[in-house]
Design a protein around this ligand. Structure first.
Ligand code: XMP
Length: 512
């Protein structure tokens, strides 16, 4: 197993992800806590992450000396390479030649790190992001690859099995990165690579049992992938000590509430409170048109209702959340040690503080596709695991302008037809997110012999990897035509359908 020491890089979690992809267990620890856990963790290899500081300043982070005396292979990445070099007697300088983005490295020496990647003289594209660079190697080290801005782009001391790279092998732009990290952990550290999601499941179950003991856990279940996986995992760990609360704000999609209740209550036998709070939510939302106000009202009511229901079942000591790694922004500040700032899950922000409960967040290290893999491992139905993302505020942010129950009903019908056609055409898994929007605009139409004056429905579909950027989905025109015809014919209240071909940026995925 591999220990990753975090020096505060934005992409440290990607290192962990690459290690997991190679089938090896790994954990990340902040650099300043590493000394305490190294012995008990007993790593087969250590990776030092990048970080925003400069080793040329004396008060910046260093690796505990133990890292270099333990006798296990060490790979330093960017800042990790620089601190390794400096701590072992080499030198690092701040240069004028900074490198950000793509750079070419040339392999200078044969090295296990480059097994199957290239041989001496080959040039490879890597991704760099550094101002400082190594300018003198410690004794025992040699250069194995160089770039224009980093004469010591990759270095090694094969006797001690210390390796360093100035570039970032963990990011996707470094196409040789997966192979390089694989070489480090499998060839150099000789890890077996038999770790799987099944092992993750076992470990998490053990951890949850240890954390929770015989106490009670409460979990907000929305039916989305993340909360569904959390609920099933925790239920597997502690059974009836878990209670899930499904707050139905009346702005869910067609049939969704029934589906959630029957799956979790009947199939999984999970204690599930289904609270129909649609009157409350729709009442408070009446007349509200500002998107941020809608979100705030929904967020606050969600917390109120959740808290009430939690008390009604006798309270709990722990709150389970489906926080994923991208929901967690960790920044390591070097003034007075690292501090971790966390952006909590945007749907339940503020809840843990208010309810004074400890958090159980078993998915914190995972990326979305890993959560899906875990869901499949847990036997969750593909309908849940492969689900498109659905925002916490639900249809509220898909009804620009004032929300009414009538509008929500109209939108639900249109959305259901649209998604049914997507599934029928076999496109669902090819699309990242698809939904209908009910516009606060009425236009004139003609149906039969009469004039209509009804709403416009916009349909949207995008592809994305993380929701941060997105492209609109290029449907065939006949598909769009079919969806429009069905919605207009079958949904009273809509007489016109348009397709949104805006990408993000400059648009956002949702309309509000
Ligand atoms: P935008 O519209 O910002 O959406 O491009 C990016 C992704 O986030 C989802 N989204 C939300 N999810 N609460 C959520 O839980 C929200 O308030 C919210 N707003 C947007 C959106 O569906 C898309 O997947």
């Amino acid at each position: 197993k591999i220990l990753v020491l975090d020096f505060g890089s934005q992409v440290t979690q990607l290192i962990a992800r690459r290690v997991r992809e190679a089938g090896v267990y790994c954990e990340i620890v902040p650099f300043n806590l590493a000394a305490d856990i190294i012995d008990s963790f007993n790593p087969t290899g250590i990776i030092l992450s990048g970080g925003p500081a400069s080793v040329t300043h004396s008060d910046t982070p260093r690796a505990p000396e133990k890292v270099f005396t333990l006798g296990v292979p060490v790979l330093g990445i960017c800042y990790g390479q620089q601190t390794m070099v400096q701590q072992l007697g080499g030198n690092v300088t701040t240069s004028d030649h900074q490198e950000f983005g793509h750079a070419d490295i040339e392999i200078k020496e044969e090295c296990q790190l480059f097994d199957g990647i290239g041989t001496v003289g080959d040039r490879k594209v890597v991704w760099m992001s550094h101002g400082d660079h190594v300018d003198a190697l410690p004794a025992g080290f040699k250069t194995i690859a160089a770039s224009e801005g980093a004469p010591y782009a990759a270095i090694s001391d094969e006797d001690r099995q210390f390796y360093g790279v100035q570039f970032h092998p963990e990011v996707a732009h470094t196409t040789i990165g997966t192979a390089l990290i694989g070489n480090f952990i499998k060839k150099i550290c000789a890890c077996k690579g038999d770790w799987t999601m099944a092992s993750f499941r076992e470990e998490k179950i053990k951890e949850i049992r240890e954390q929770v003991g015989d106490k009670k856990v409460i979990c907000g279940l929305s039916g989305g992938v993340d909360s569904s996986v959390v609920a099933v995992l925790i239920h597997e760990a502690i059974g009836d000590q878990l209670t899930c609360v499904y707050v139905d704000h009346g702005l869910m999609r067609a049939g969704e509430s029934d589906q959630v209740v029957s799956l979790f209550r009947e199939h999984y036998n999970i204690n599930l409170v289904h609270k129909d709070a649609s009157d409350l939510f729709l009442g408070e939302l009446a007349g509200v048109t500002d998107p941020e106000k809608k979100r705030k009202i929904i967020g606050k009511l969600f917390i109120d209702v959740f808290e009430e229901e939690a008390q009604a079942v006798g309270g709990a000591d722990f709150l389970a959340q489906g926080t994923l790694y991208p929901d967690v922004i960790e920044s390591v500040s070097f003034i007075g040690g690292p501090s971790v700032t966390i952006k909590s899950h945007h749907n339940v922000g503020g809840l843990p503080e208010r309810m004074n409960m400890q958090l159980v967040e078993p998915l914190r290290e995972l990326f979305k596709d890993e959560v899906r893999a875990l869901g499949r491992e847990l036997g969750l139905h593909e309908d849940f695991v492969g689900r498109h993302p659905f925002p916490g505020p639900g249809l509220a942010i898909r009804i620009p302008g004032e929300i009414t129950r009538e509008k929500a009903d109209i939108l639900r019908k249109a959305d259901a037809i649209y998604l049914e056609e997507i599934r029928k055409a076999g496109l669902y898994d090819d699309i990242w997110q698809a939904f209908a929007v009910l516009l606060p605009v009425k236009t004139v139409g003609v149906m039969g012999d009469s004039r209509t004056y009804d709403h416009v429905c916009a349909i949207r579909a995008v592809n994305s990897t993380d929701g941060m950027t997105a492209n609109y989905y290029p449907y065939p025109h006949d598909f769009l035509g079919r969806v429009a015809t069905r919605i207009i014919n079958e949904v009273r209240g809509i007489n016109r359908v348009v397709y949104d071909i805006t990408s993000k940026p400059p648009g956002t995925i949702e309309w509000e």
